[in-house]
Design a protein around this ligand. Structure first.
Ligand SMILES: [Zn+2]
Ligand SMILES: [Zn+2]
Length: 262
């Protein structure tokens, strides 16, 4: 049974546990090792099932638990070559860490994990699409100023999509961030807004995606309600009905113990 447990999602920390029949991976390891262990424990997840950690990029909210957690559980770390270099340079991984660069896709146990390029102000960022042995697929695409064709293709081909819905543009423009940070978030290498997320959803549902998980919501420039309402409005305008054509939820800032089967 393929499932995903969103453990953390926000600029404070991000991590997803994704499992197939026998094995599992983590996508990102934010917060700290203790918090990550507690999140796994509260979801009754056996850390022995985790076979590797896939890192999307080197920003702190995606890798702050990496060094200690990977060392403690002797886990290999996969990322793009650029991200691995950045992690090493920033001393985010142990000197003896098992690092593997992912160029395109790799098979790990009974899962196929494919890298999906994103557009973000990091060295070589990416998201991931994960296909399990029973041919179920999910994709995690966050931290991207826009959706590359490759990312859109990956998102359309999955059963469950974790997609960034970072900010409401008006809230961001009128919010407390300094001008330079607002420009960064809004840029092509920043974060995906609610409207930019919403507009790709109808084509995804048309292609067979049934579960949507809006992720990496800004705690300053967004609300759960705004993110969901923006997406549902666009989907409704395309004639798609919530809870019959698709389900939609937001990835929690901290785990709420809900695993989603896909
Ligand atoms: Zn982030
Ligand atoms: Zn980032």
């Amino acid at each position: 049974m393929a499932k995903i447990v969103p453990l953390f999602s926000s600029s404070q920390g991000n991590s997803y546990y994704i499992s197939g029949n026998n094995e599992a991976i983590l996508v990102d390891a934010g917060r700290n090792c203790k918090q990550l262990e507690l999140a796994l424990l509260s979801n009754e997840i056996d850390t022995k099932t985790i076979k590797a950690i896939f890192v999307t990029h080197e920003h702190t909210d995606h890798c702050s638990a990496l060094r200690v957690f990977a060392k403690r559980y002797d886990l290999p770390i996969y990322a793009t070559k650029g991200t691995l270099d950045a992690l090493v340079n920033a001393d985010r991984v142990d000197a003896n860490a098992k690092l593997f660069a992912i160029n395109d896709e790799i098979v790990l146990g009974d899962m196929l994990i494919k890298r999906v390029n994103t557009s973000h102000d990091a060295k070589e960022p990416c998201g991931y699409s994960i296909t399990t042995a029973d041919n179920r697929r999910c994709a995690v695409v966050t931290d991207t100023g826009f959706l590359t064709n490759e990312a859109l293709t990956a998102l359309k081909s999955c059963n469950l999509a974790v997609i960034e819905s970072n900010h409401d543009i008006e809230m961001l423009k009128n919010g407390p961030y300094p001008y330079i940070l607002k420009q960064r978030v809004l840029s092509m290498t920043g974060h995906l807004s609610n409207v930019d997320c919403a507009k790709v959803l109808p084509s995804m549902i048309e292609s067979g995606v049934t579960r949507l998980l809006l992720a990496h919501l800004s705690q300053e420039n967004n609300t759960k309600r705004l993110a969901v309402d923006t997406s549902v409005a666009v989907l409704s305008a395309s004639g798609m009905k919530r809870d019959s054509d698709y389900t939609i939820d937001t990835a929690p800032v901290e785990t709420n113990g809900k695993a989603i089967v896909f």
